[in-house]
Design a protein around this ligand. Structure first.
Ligand SMILES: Cc1cc2nc3c(=O)[nH]c(=O)nc-3n(C[C@H](O)[C@H](O)[C@H](O)COP(=O)(O)OP(=O)(O)OC[C@H]3O[C@@H](n4cnc5c(N)ncnc54)[C@H](O)[C@@H]3O)c2cc1C
Length: 301
């Protein structure tokens, strides 16, 4: 009989999170776990639960700022192995480790409309669903039908569209659950029309975003008063630096790491922008990027 490998032998210890974030910033995670399949994922979740270890889920880290001191707990990433993906007529099935770009480009090729404006949004499908990623008038949730999750107790559940709620860069999934797959139903459309929308989104992104530098996309959500970048720019903060981090000259809501910036530098930029925009315009900026491993209150004024 083949003896099953203990799940803890699959854990990486003190894995630097800077290897797993688009910012290339972040200290060590006590445990970093990349399950090979559902069975391993459930075993890992149960191990963490019975050993009272905190669990955090990540995708490809393109919307994440992790502290320099790292994460005291288990970080689970399904980016590597949960990648089954298929298109059947207008129905799309994908495991959430699949890169969003792969899904977007494949649906365009099949003449399916609905996701083409999301071209160029980095990250996995899982991260996109949690964040309700959106661009140029489209959101990932628009044509979503079902989502499968695993709870921290290791139970698999399937949500139908009525169970899920989405708003601007927000979803109602519990942070007690890891998303593992989703289904969409798109519409057939003229390929030229689809390509026009894709090109429009691509051009807009290239002309407005500092894509040559490391970032996590927009740092703040746009408040009801107007675009966050507008207020940060009007506060005179374009080009403001701390260490190797800078409020981008190209897009004031993108804060870039142009060298070996620390999380601490990003925190300084974030607090400076929040403070100035509040003082000058009485507008409250709320973070869009997700933060891990910081002390409570780090981002409060
Ligand atoms: C250059 C650039 C441009 C960007 N442009 C856009 C844009 O136009 N529109 C936009 O919406 N975003 C944009 N972003 C932000 C980012 O790409 C999206 O938020 C993306 O969807 C995040 O996916 P991810 O896999 O990297 O998630 P991560 O950053 O790894 O995680 C994001 C959140 O999702 C959670 N999470 C991730 N996967 C799972 C899972 N399987 N189960 C449960 N929780 C999970 C994490 O805990 C975290 O809270 C941009 C980022 C960059 C760097």
């Amino acid at each position: 009989m083949i003896k099953q490998m203990k799940i803890e032998n699959k854990f990486l210890k003190n894995e630097l999170m800077s290897k797993h974030t688009s910012y290339r910033i972040g200290g060590p995670a006590k445990i970093f776990f990349t399950p090979a399949n559902r069975n391993e994922l459930i075993q890992g979740l149960k191990y963490a639960k019975s050993n009272k270890i905190n669990i955090f889920f990540i995708g490809s880290g393109s919307n994440l700022l992790v502290s320099d001191r790292g994460i005291n707990g288990m970080v689970i990433s399904i980016k590597k192995n949960f990648k089954n993906f298929s298109i059947n007529n207008n129905k799309v099935f994908a495991e959430t480790g699949t890169m969003l770009g792969r899904i977007v480009n494949s649906t365009i090729k099949e003449g399916l409309t609905g996701l083409e404006s999301l071209v160029g949004v980095p990250g996995t499908l899982g991260g996109a669903l949690i964040m309700n990623a959106g661009a140029y008038g489209s959101e990932i949730s628009n044509y979503l039908k079902t989502v499968e999750v695993v709870t921290k107790n290791g139970i698999i559940k399937k949500y139908q569209s009525d169970d899920m709620k989405f708003s601007y860069r927000n979803s109602n999934f519990s942070d007690e659950e890891i998303l593992i797959s989703a289904e969409f139903e798109l519409n057939k459309a003229n390929k030229e029309e689809i390509n026009k929308k894709k090109i429009h989104a691509n051009k807009g992104r290239r002309s407005s975003q500092p894509l040559k530098f490391r970032s996590a996309g927009s740092v703040f959500k746009n408040p009801k008063e107007g675009p966050a970048g507008y207020f940060i720019e009007k506060a005179g903060l374009k080009g403001f630096q701390s260490g190797n981090a800078e409020i981008s000259e190209k897009h004031a809501n993108f804060f870039i790491n142009y060298g070996d910036a620390k999380a601490e530098d990003l925190v300084k930029l974030i607090l400076t922008a929040k403070k100035s925009v509040k003082k000058l315009f009485n507008v409250n900026l709320e973070l869009e990027i997700q933060t891990l491993g910081f002390k409570k209150g780090t981002f409060e004024l």
